[in-house]
Design a protein around this ligand. Structure first.
Ligand code: HEM
Length: 453
């Protein structure tokens, strides 16, 4: 079998996009392994691709068309039927899956929770977790450490601390295992359905088992119940959510809505940020000069401080650009899908109701028409001037843009700067393989040699 990952030519690892069209079965086989393998090479050259594999589908890479899907005509393009069917058992009553008036009130109610003021108040939790991560990593000094695993641990600690901390007795390991089982199950199923694979194509057993979602619900129900009964003097995200009222109607979230939103924050919020960090570290080890520049910036900004905090972020533009460039090359949410509701036109092509509209963010971010040296790691491109709107969409855009983007960026900068303050990360000859399973993971981990900074 052809290796689907390319290295060399002075470029960081990338997917080898296929040049010959794939038939239904090749598509399904490839997609089961790695959904990015279904992206044709044409997708980084053409503004849009339309085809039929069981159902009619389009891949949209043109900024104007993306703007139409995500912003100007966004209500015509809700999350794909498949995405909904898969995620519903886990987070069906959350803002992530709601539509129409239901979504509008939930979003209105939840948005203030992520205000800058609230985020700054949560920064000490991020700093504390960054300190723990640095202490763990220090124990592996001189050795090869899987930084992906470490980044999942640090972001999980943060999301738990800001959602479950006041929840009394719960076992973090149980939550983590339940979430992983849930992501694994939904990841495998989604790929099969995206192209309308016939019902007789065998589905993994997990589809038939509601167990992962049920286990998650049990833990989260308990946390919500316990927390609703008391006022927390130091409110975290969950406390804010419990107290939040719709500014227009005064409505509050029911225990069911609270539970599913809590889970949506945990599921949508921790692995994505861990990936942004893990890929950043891979890229910095790949490009030692960029790492030196980031470390020098951190040293100048932090002075004698050991931990980065919100007060340092304005003085860390290059470090921020590293994270932004890492999310360009390896967008944590690399592939979004929508189902068209009413007829429309994108790039002059007719869209029929029921068509699947795919937004292959991975291809958009490496598109030959929108980016110079698209496969190269060049954080400076985010310094000179911001990329054109709708060519860089790690958080989506429009009304349904990621609600946690500010939270994630603050967290990522605090953790990355704290680690660069203390360590140097060197290539140890392991190349992570980009593999999309809901999120774009580095298969094999990000195994780097850790040295004193
Ligand atoms: C680097 C980290 C993150 C990335 C790359 C990311 C990416 C995204 C993307 C692309 C979407 C839009 C999906 C679509 O339009 O189909 C989204 C939505 C969402 N994200 Fe994030 N996310 C991140 C972190 C977070 C965090 C930290 C939280 C919460 C604490 C969060 C919660 C959500 C929620 C609730 C939505 C749904 C919003 C809505 O539909 O109104 N995300 N995220």
């Amino acid at each position: 079998m052809r290796d689907m990952v390319e290295t060399g030519s002075g470029l960081p690892v990338r997917i080898r996009l296929h040049r010959a069209p794939l038939g239904l079965f090749d598509t399904l086989r490839a997609a089961r392994r790695n959904i990015l393998e279904i992206i044709p090479e044409l997708a980084v050259r053409q503004p849009m691709i339309t085809a039929r594999t069981a159902t009619r589908w389009h891949m949209v890479m043109h900024p104007r068309a993306l703007r139409r899907v995500l912003r100007d005509n966004w209500e015509n393009y809700p999350r794909s039927v498949v995405t909904k069917r898969i995620l519903e058992p886990g987070v069906g009553h959350s803002l992530f899956l709601a539509e129409g008036a239901e979504w509008r009130w939930q979003r209105r109610t939840a948005a203030p929770i992520f205000s800058h003021r609230n985020l700054v108040a949560l920064a000490p939790v991020m700093q504390q977790a960054a300190r723990h991560a640095a202490a763990r990593i220090a124990r592996g000094a001189g050795e090869v450490v899987d930084l992906y695993e470490e980044m999942v641990a640090v972001t999980f600690e943060i999301i738990c601390a800001v959602t479950l901390a006041g929840g009394g007795s719960f076992d973090r390991g149980v939550v983590h295992r339940a979430i992983n089982a849930y992501i694994e199950s939904v990841g495998r199923v989604s790929i099969l359905d995206l192209f309308g694979a016939p019902a007789w194509v065998p589905r993994p057993e997990t589809l038939l088992s509601p167990r992962p979602a049920r286990r998650l619900h049990r833990v989260a129900d308990r946390v919500v119940r316990e927390r609703m009964g008391r006022a927390n003097p130091d409110p975290d995200l969950l406390d804010h959510l419990i107290r939040a009222t719709d500014p227009e109607t005064g409505r509050r979230m029911s225990p069911l809505e609270l539970r599913d939103n809590l889970l949506a924050f945990i599921v949508a919020g921790h692995e994505t940020t861990a990936l942004a960090l893990a890929w950043s570290l891979y890229l910095l080890a790949f490009d030692p000069a960029a790492q030196d520049r980031a470390r020098a910036e951190v040293a100048a900004a932090l002075g004698r401080a050991e931990l980065a905090g919100p007060e340092h972020l304005d003085a860390l533009p290059y470090t921020r650009a590293v994270i932004e460039e890492a999310m360009r090359l390896y967008p944590p949410a690399a592939f979004l899908a929508r189902t068209a509701q009413a007829p429309d036109r994108l790039c002059g092509r007719v869209i029929h109701p029921g068509d699947t509209v795919m937004l292959p963010i991975y291809a958009l971010h490496r598109h030959r028409m929108w980016w110079e040296e698209p496969d190269a790691f060049r954080p400076e491109r985010f310094l000179d001037r911001r990329p054109e709107r709708f060519t860089w969409l790690p958080f989506g855009d429009g009304p349904r843009i990621c609600i946690g983007a500010g939270f994630a960026m603050m967290e990522a900068q605090i953790v990355l700067a704290t680690l660069l303050r203390r360590f140097r990360f060197a290539d140890a000859g392991h190349v992570p393989r980009p593999r999309q399973l809901i999120t774009l993971r580095p298969e094999g981990g990000v195994r780097l040699r850790v040295l004193p900074g």
